[in-house]
Design a protein around this ligand. Sequence first.
Ligand SMILES: Cc1cc2nc3c(=O)[nH]c(=O)nc-3n(C[C@H](O)[C@H](O)[C@H](O)COP(=O)(O)OP(=O)(O)OC[C@H]3O[C@@H](n4cnc5c(N)ncnc54)[C@H](O)[C@@H]3O)c2cc1C
Length: 398
Amino acid sequence: MDLSERPQHQALRAELRAFIAAHRHLAPSGRALHDPQARAWQELLIANGYAARTIPRELGGAGLAPDILASRLIAEEFAQAGISPGLGGQGINMLVPTLLEVGSPAQKQQFIAATLLGDIVWCQGYSEPGAGSDLASLRTSAVLDGDAWVVNGQKIWTSTAIEADWMFCLVRTEPQAPKHRGISFLLLRMDTPGIEVRPLVDMTMKANFNEVFFSDVRVPAGQIVGQRGDGWRVANIILKNERGSLADPNLSLARLNALVALMQQETVDGQRAIDQAALRDRLMRLQGRLLGLQFNDLRLLSAGLNPGHDDARLAALVVKLQGTELRHEIEALAIDAMGEGGLAYGANPYLRDAGSWQVNYMYFLGLIIGGGTSQIQKNIIAELGLGMPREPKVAGAA
Ligand SMILES: Cc1cc2nc3c(=O)[nH]c(=O)nc-3n(C[C@H](O)[C@H](O)[C@H](O)COP(=O)(O)OP(=O)(O)OC[C@H]3O[C@@H](n4cnc5c(N)ncnc54)[C@H](O)[C@@H]3O)c2cc1C
């Protein structure tokens, strides 16, 4: 399709620049959850059609018709300006699109607007001690008892569980069924009696994820999404959205621009880092890879207009693998460009950009694993994208 900008898109670009210049002082600087400033910013973006664009008004969105070029321009302009494009996270990026696709009318009403505004913060309860890459082996059980599911078991690596209001969760409801068909998808309040959250400190030295224990937790029977035993299908809709959202090329572009600015300021042996051949060479390679991902993104946007068309399947599969590894390498180059200063961490007067390079370097190493490891992504690309033979199953596995 023709992706060149039309007059209305040029007008939108001008409108966006004017909006950003007039309102950028209102944008939140961090990613704090339950932050009133972030909520107000999100509300302003939705009111102007810059966030939740295509979500119906009655569900809290801007209610606009899909316009892939407009969405792209908005993402680009916020990235170029280096300001927040609005709230994200597991609720908005993963659960909302899934509820739009398979949620009941009551679930859409209850959760979508509140999630878009950050009033409900979600966590994702998938992984368990014995079920990560092989997620369908999960064992946390839910047994129907009158009008409630009774949940018992344990989740692990649950990001933001300690701050979350609700969890979307995979549980085994049909223990006799083959493993992929015995799973259901539940929504549960994190303050339900019987839930215990224990923070886990990761290599950033922060407790970004947690263990969650369930002991006879009663969840109203209506808080199931899709049918009983249909949770694997729902889970895969979520994973599709998760893998795309973990590696947004527009966020990487904002980071690459910040890296260029850093390399213009930092000096190595009296020379600007950006003028050092080895560092500059790495920067250009990263720029080339980012351009590749941006064009890949255009291909996906274009395919979004023809949902039945399978052309972009491979393009969608590479996003998580390529995007998280690229982002990790962008942060790594900044650390190298800072020389000894790159080793500073925590409260240190030599930190640049509040230490965000060091934190993100480690955080993105984690995201190469989270949402499905790079090895698993390569398996998926080989099997679903390139049509290569499926990985042999262990004897007896479903
Ligand atoms: C930062 C971060 C945030 C996370 N947040 C969440 C969250 O919010 N909610 C949630 O539910 N989970 C979360 N996770 C968990 C994440 O989804 C799992 O860690 C991931 O799926 C891998 O599972 P595992 O840790 O059990 O590793 P394993 O599955 O045990 O894998 C161990 C190693 O073996 C390799 N391996 C396994 N199977 C294969 C295979 N078939 N072929 C080739 N190699 C293989 C893997 O690639 C990996 O290198 C998070 C993880 C991280 C790091």
